[in-house]
Design a binder for this molecule. Structure first.
Ligand code: NIG
Ligand code: FE
Length: 418
C-alpha cells in the first residue's frame, strides 16, 4: 500500500488509541503516547501510527513527508460547542459588564442574544457566510478540524434559523473544517412571547422541529435551559420531541442558576450537557450513571466574570466523560481559540494535560456522534491531524495565549501551515 503522506520523527505522538467512545475516569490517563513516532496516511485515511513503518507501506517520490522532530502530533481538535454562524458583535456590552451588569440582566433588558438576533436577521446569507468562513479559518489555524455550530439567532423568525443552518451546510461543503449543525430555536424567549412562553414552545415543537428533521438541516437539537429562558419542563418537551424525530439532543444546562439541567440531561438521554457551572452534586452523579458527556466551556466562565467555573475535578472523580469547547459566540465567549480554552481548563479548572487532550479529541468526537471515524489517530480513521510546534502536550497548555500550530492536516491534505 502506498502512503500519500507520512509524518516522521514525531517526538510526542498522541494517538488517543482505544475504543471509539467517550473516555472517563482513570482510563483518560492513557492517551496512547508514542515517542519517536510515525504516522502514514493514504488519501483521507490513517493507515499506520506507531514507531516504525511496516514493510507493506510504500513511500516514494510522490509521498509528502513531514519531519516532526521536536514536535507534538495530536488528532485534529474538535470544538463541539459553538455558535459560529451569527451576525454582528457585542463589544457594546463591555462597559455594562465592567459595571457589573449580569449576562441575564442584559438579556432581560432586550440586549444580549436579542441584539444578535437582530443583527443575524439583518445579515444576508453571504454576510453570514463570509463572517463564519473567517472564523473557521481562525479555528483551523488553532488546530480545530471539526466544529459544532448552532442556530438560535432567529428564534421565532424561523427563516433566520433556517438561513443560519443553510450557511453552515454550505460552509461544511466549501471549507476544510467540518461543521455539524444543531438547531437551537429555543435560545431565548422572543419579546412577543414573554407573557406566554409556552406558546413559543408549541411553535418550536409543532412547526419548526418537524421541518428541521424533514429537511435534514441539523443533527442535534439544543435548548438554553436557564432561569428567565426555558424551564426544565419546556426543555424536556422540546428535547423529547426532537428525539422522537430522530435528532440527537443536547442542553445548555445549569450555566448560571442550578435549575436541574444536568438531572434532565440524564433523565432524557442527552448525548451531552453543556456549561454545568452550577450543576448539582446529584446531577453530576446522574450524568455519570447515564454516560452523559459534560461539555465544559471555561472561556465562557472567564468572560462572564462571575468567578464560577464548572466543578471539573469532581466530574472526573465521579467518572463523567468530559469534553471542552470554545462556545464561540458574540456574547458570552467571543473567541475561536481552542488552545486558550485548553489552557483555562488546566490552569483554572485543574484538568490534567491528559484530561484536556482527551476532551478536545475523542470525547469531543463522541459528543458529536462521530467517534467511530474521528478523534483519534488509529488505522482506518479519518486523517485529521495537527502538528504542534511544542516538545510535548504540557508545553502546549502551559505556554498559553499564543498559537502553537505548525501544520494542520484535514482528510489527509495539508490545509494550514505556519
Ligand atoms: O452558550 N447561554 C446561551 N447561549 C450562549 C450565548 C449566546 C449569546 O450570548 O449570544 C452560550 O453562552
Ligand atoms: Fe453555547
Amino acid at each position: 500500500m502506498k502512503a500519500t503522506l507520512v509524518i516522521k520523527n514525531i517526538d510526542n505522538l498522541i494517538t488517543l488509541k482505544g475504543e471509539n467512545r467517550a473516555r472517563a475516569g482513570k482510563e483518560v490517563n492513557d492517551i496512547g503516547l508514542i515517542t519517536n513516532g510515525v504516522v502514514a496516511i493514504k488519501d483521507d485515511k490513517i493507515i499506520f501510527a506507531g514507531n516504525e513503518l511496516p514493510s507493506n507501506i510504500e513511500v516514494d517520490n510522490d509521498t509528502l513527508i513531514i519531519d516532526a522532530v521536536g514536535k507534538t502530533v495530536t488528532p485534529g481538535l474538535i470544538d463541539s460547542h459553538t455558535h459560529v454562524v451569527h451576525g454582528g458583535s457585542r463589544e457594546n456590552e463591555l462597559a455594562m459588564k465592567l459595571k457589573g451588569v449580569s449576562y441575564l440582566d442584559i438579556l432581560a433588558s432586550g440586549g444580549g442574544i436579542h441584539s444578535t438576533v437582530k443583527a443575524t436577521k439583518e445579515a444576508s446569507f453571504d454576510e453570514l457566510y463570509n463572517k463564519a468562513n473567517k472564523s473557521l479559518d481562525t479555528m483551523l489555524s488553532f488546530g480545530t478540524t471539526t466544529v459544532e455550530g448552532k442556530s438560535g439567532y432567529g428564534i421565532d423568525d424561523f427563516d433566520t434559523e433556517i438561513k443560519q443552518l443553510e450557511v453552515a451546510k454550505k460552509l461544511n461543503e466549501d471549507h476544510p473544517v467540518d461543521i455539524i449543525s444543531t438547531f437551537m430555536g429555543a435560545h431565548a424567549i422572543p419579546k412577543e412571547f414573554e407573557d406566554n412562553p409556552d406558546a413559543f414552545v408549541d411553535i418550536i415543537i409543532d412547526k419548526m422541529l418537524p421541518v428541521v428533521a424533514e429537511k435534514d438541516l441539523a443533527k442535534f437539537c439544543d435548548v438554553f435551559c436557564e432561569e428567565g429562558v426555558f424551564t426544565i419542563d419546556q426543555s424536556r418537551r422540546i428535547l423529547l420531541k426532537a428525539k422522537d424525530l430522530g435528532l440527537g439532543i443536547k442542553i445548555h444546562a445549569d450555566e448560571i442558576k442550578p435549575l436541574g439541567g444536568a438531572e434532565l440531561a440524564a433523565e432524557i438521554g442527552c448525548i451531552s450537557a453543556d456549561h454545568l457551572i452550577a450543576a448539582s452534586d446529584k446531577g453530576i452523579k446522574e450524568m455519570a450513571k447515564k454516560g452523559v458527556i459534560a461539555n465544559l466551556l471555561p472561556g465562557t466562565s472567564f468572560n462572564l466574570q462571575t468567578g464560577n467555573f464548572a466543578k471539573a475535578r469532581q466530574m472526573v472523580e465521579e467518572e463523567v466523560p468530559i469534553a471542552l469547547s470554545t462556545d464561540y459566540n458574540p456574547g458570552s465567549c467571543p473567541t475561536e481559540n481552542i488552545q486558550l480554552i485548553m489552557s483555562f481548563a488546566s490552569l483554572i479548572m485543574k484538568l490534567t494535560p491528559e484530561e484536556v487532550i482527551t476532551a478536545v479529541t475523542i470525547n469531543g468526537a463522541a459528543s458529536l456522534g462521530i467517534a467511530e471515524t474521528h478523534g483519534s489517530i488509529q488505522e482506518g480513521k479519518t486523517a485529521d491531524i495537527v502538528v504542534f510546534d511544542t516538545p510535548n502536550i504540557e508545553y502546549l497548555i502551559y505556554h498559553f495565549g499564543i498559537n502553537h500550530t505548525n501544520t494542520v492536516i484535514k482528510n489527509g491534505k495539508v490545509v494550514y501551515t505556519k
